[in-house]
Design a protein around this ligand. Sequence first.
Ligand code: PGA
Length: 254
Amino acid sequence: MKTNRRPFVAGNWKLHMTLAESAALARKLKAGLARPHEAEVGVAPVATSLHVVSQALEGSGIVVAAQNMHWEDRGAYTGEISAPLLLDAGASHVILGHSERRHVFGEQDEGIRKKLAAALGHGLVPILCVGEQLSDREGGRTTDVVLGQLDAAVDGLEAEPLQTLVIAYEPVWAIGTGRTASPADAQEVHAQIRARLATRFDGRLAESLRILYGGSVKPANAAELLARPDVDGALVGGASLEADTFLPIVEAAG
Ligand code: PGA
């Protein structure tokens, strides 16, 4: 049973859409979600669109997430954006440790740990991504890699500040490839993540935190994935770029 965990469906727009396109999609989602739905919904536009998207979504209940942030608040960090500036632009959430950050831009566990602590310290809701590469899965290292990333990210943190944490399990081989983990595979890893949170922190925290699945989630496979007891929502890339493919995923979440 998912008991008290409210499903969460977040669209990761990655490096797509201009200001005008982002605002137009935000308005479409606002209109499309005007009728009652159970799931919490979020979108993560490119940084330059955070402000217009948050304005377009005002009063909609749809939350706005950044796709990354730096752990320092200010200083000589050319090209970086800090938590206070994301909040200033209208974001309430931030995706951290996405596999593209880890594997295309070389982000390491230690930096992700600092980002997580900084996001929590500023009251941003972190969406922490973890996931194994194909070679890890084929080599039987899925659990070690995923739980290792989780352990490294929460190192030094207590249960109390983690109450808002959202985790996204995203097998790297399933992202943007059209290959999806089977609902059973996803459930297995989600249950392992929850069990690790229970042993590391406490059972109450582990039961309350939401664990999203990400990797080629589409209207056609969403319901099956979301029906699994430990799959509490979805982080959606490609299918979040059109209202017609994103809204049915939100509906599948309830
Ligand atoms: P995808 O991306 O849905 O296009 O596979 C998911 C993600 O990277 O968050």
